[in-house]
Design a protein. Sequence first.
Length: 176
Amino acid sequence: MSRFSTAFVVWQNAAMRDEVDDLVEAWGRERGDLDLDPVEVFSRISRLSRHLDLARRDAFTAHGIESWEFDVLAALRRAGEPYELSPGRLLRETLVTSGTMTNRVDRLTDRGLVQRLPDPHDRRGVLVRLTVEGKAAVDGAFEALLAAEADLLADLPDEDRARLAGLLRQLLAPFS
């Protein structure tokens, strides 16, 4: 990066101060002996997470479902036609306990968003299948979520979005 480019980035960042800058500045005054770089990153991620949670809640509520319902319905939808998975596969897809999944499938069945069917390959097993209503709910919620997320990213140029996605992937890789 040239000296001009570096100076421009410093100027641009100074013009775009946020509440994290104030927080880091205050900690710098009080604890100048500490490396505050992690606060610069993770405080912003934490704040963005709150905004994303609100956007998700709004998108899902507008389509009559809750976040946990979206997780189960989305796992089924991503499975492709006939939009069905075993309860064990749903556990792996949504990272919840078997008791929690049983409760969730019961509630989604009561709402008509999924149905339980016998597993043709295992007489003792069942499959959970997305209903037409469930597919409509998850598709509508997903479209609304994508629109909300696009709004959150609207001020970032495409190349910055790709770079940010790559950096976040790198940061998350050790947890995968």
